[in-house]
Design a protein around this ligand. Structure first.
Ligand SMILES: NC(=O)c1ccc[n+]([C@@H]2O[C@H](COP(=O)([O-])OP(=O)(O)OC[C@H]3O[C@@H](n4cnc5c(N)ncnc54)[C@H](OP(=O)(O)O)[C@@H]3O)[C@@H](O)[C@H]2O)c1
Length: 378
C-alpha cells in the first residue's frame, strides 16, 4: 500500500493489515509507482484519510503520480496524532476542524455526508476546491456531478488557481460503475429505460463493514453465532436488501441515487431508471445487471465493439468458456468490466440489451474517480 499506519487503528479497522491484495493494476496496462511531492503542485487535504476510501485516495494519488507540494491527513479526533507513512514520508493524522483548509488547493472528502455538509462549505470559503465523495451535494443545482469519462464538460472552467473555491461531487459508486458501461451505448442509441439490479460488496459500507464480514465468516465457520454491528442481520453466507433507508415510495436511498444521478449526469430528465440494490457477502467490488431499452436499434456485436473502445471499460465476454466479469477480477483494478452482452429477447427488434458490469467501487466508484476529477483541476 502507498500508505501504512505505524500502529493499528483504535477501532481495529483494516488498514495496512487489510486482507485485500495490493491495489493497482489497470486491467489493460501496468503502472509504475513514483514519488509525486513537488514544489509546484497543489496543496492537498484528504478528509477521512483513515477510512476505506481515504486509504484508497492515497494509493491512487501515488499510483497516478499526482503532483502535490503538501498533503494534510485529516480524520476525526479519535485518529488525531496517529502516525502514518505515505510515499516514504511520515505524517501525523490531524483532527478535522474549520481551520484545516488554510492554504489548501484541493480537498478530497470521504468522511460521510454530515461531515461534508459541515466542513465542505468552510473549505470552499477558504478557497479550496472540494471533491466530495458523499451524497451531500450531488443533487444540488450548480454542483457538478462528474464521471470524467462521461461528462467532463460539467466541471468546465473549474481550475486550481482560479482565485476561488468550488464544490464538485463524485457520483454514487453504483451509478459510476453502471454509467461507465451504459453511457457509450447511450451515446450511440439513446437509452429510454434502464433496469439495474446490484450485487454490492461490503467495502461499499466502509472499513468496519469489511471487518464485520471477515469476522462473521470466521465465527460461522467455527459454529458460533455471528455478531451484527454494522448491519442488522447476518451478512456472512447471506444477502439482503441494501441497508440504505427505505423511502415512502418503497425504494431505498441507494436505488433512488441511481435514478436521480443518472438523469443529472446524462442531462436527461426523461430517461426512465429503476433499480433494486442488494448487499452480497463479497469483500470488495460491486456487480450490476443492467437491462437497457434504446430509442434507436443497437445490435449486440456493435454494442460489444463500442464497449471495447470505451475509455475505462474492458470487455470480458467469453461465452465458450462461460467466463464473464467477477468482483474478484476487478478488485483493485481501475477499469470497469462488462460482459454477458446480449440481445434482450423480451424487446422488439434490436431495441434492448442486457449487460453485466463489475467495478471496484472503492477505486473507480470513489477514490479513482475523485482523483481523475482532481487531475482535471490542474
Ligand atoms: N466505501 C465506498 O466504496 C464508498 C464509495 C463511494 C463513496 N463513499 C463515501 O465515502 C465516505 C467514506 O466512506 P468509507 O467507506 O471510507 O467509510 P469509513 O471506512 O467508515 O471511513 C470513514 C472516515 O471518516 C472519518 N470520520 C468519521 N467521523 C469524522 C469526523 N467527525 N471528523 C473527521 N473525520 C471523520 C473516519 O475517521 P476516524 O477513523 O478517525 O473515525 C474515517 O477516516 C462516505 O460518505 C461514503 O458514502 C464510499
Amino acid at each position: 500500500m502507498a500508505a501504512t499506519f505505524a500502529q493499528p487503528h483504535a477501532h481495529g479497522r483494516l488498514f495496512s493489515t487489510s486482507p485485500l491484495p495490493k491495489p493497482t493494476k489497470n486491467l489493460r496496462s501496468p503502472f509504475t509507482v513514483r514519488m509525486s511531492l513537488q514544489e509546484t503542485g497543489p496543496s492537498i487535504a484528504v478528509v477521512g484519510v483513515t477510512g476505506a476510501v481515504g486509504q484508497e485516495f492515497l494509493s491512487v494519488l501515488s499510483d497516478r503520480d499526482f503532483p502535490y507540494r503538501s498533503i494534510k491527513m485529516l480524520a476525526s479526533k479519535r485518529s488525531a496524532g496517529k502516525q502514518m507513512t505515505f510515499e516514504d514520508r511520515n505524517y501525523t493524522v490531524e483532527e478535522l476542524t474549520a481551520d484545516s483548509f488554510d492554504g489548501v488547493d484541493i480537498a478530497l472528502f470521504s468522511a460521510g455526508g454530515s461531515i461534508s455538509k459541515q466542513f465542505g462549505p468552510a473549505a470552499v470559503e477558504k478557497g479550496a476546491i472540494v471533491v466530495d465523495n458523499s451524497s451531500a451535494f450531488r443533487m444540488v443545482d450548480g454542483v457538478p456531478l462528474v464521471i470524467p469519462e462521461v461528462n467532463p464538460q460539467a466541471m468546465r472552467g473549474i481550475k486550481v488557481g482560479m482565485g476561488k473555491g468550488a464544490l464538485i461531487a463524485n457520483p454514487n459508486c453504483s451509478t459510476i460503475i453502471c454509467l461507465m458501461a451504459a453511457t457509450p451505448l447511450h451515446q450511440r442509441a439513446k437509452v429510454l429505460r434502464m433496469v439495474v439490479s446490484t450485487y454490492q460488496a461490503a467495502s461499499g459500507a466502509g472499513a468496519a463493514a469489511m471487518e464485520e464480514l471477515e469476522l462473521q465468516t470466521r465465527k460461522v465457520l467455527e459454529g458460533k453465532p455471528p455478531t451484527c454491528n454494522i448491519f442488522s442481520q447476518q451478512y456472512a453466507f447471506n444477502l439482503f436488501s441494501h441497508n440504505a433507508p427505505v423511502l415512502p415510495n418503497g425504494y431505498n436511498e441507494e436505488e433512488m441515487k441511481l435514478v436521480k444521478e443518472t438523469r443529472k449526469i446524462w442531462s436527461d430528465l426523461d430517461v426512465k431508471v429503476t433499480a433494486t440494490c442488494i448487499r452480497v457477502p463479497v469483500m470488495r467490488a460491486h456487480a450490476e445487471s443492467v437491462n437497457l431499452q434504446f430509442e434507436k436499434p443497437l445490435d449486440e456485436d456493435t454494442a460489444r465493439e463500442i464497449l471495447k473502445n470505451a475509455p475505462g471499460v474492458v470487455v470480458i465476454d467469453d461465452r465458450a468458456s462461460n467466463h464473464f466479469p467477477t468482483p474478484l477480477e476487478v478488485s483493485n483494478k481501475d477499469d470497469v468490466a462488462v460482459g454477458r452482452i446480449r440481445q434482450d429477447l423480451s424487446q422488439e427488434g434490436n431495441h434492448g440489451l442486457d449487460i453485466f458490469v463489475c467495478g471496484d467501487q472503492i477505486r473507480k466508484g470513489a477514490a479513482l474517480n475523485a482523483v481523475q476529477i482532481a487531475e482535471m483541476l490542474l
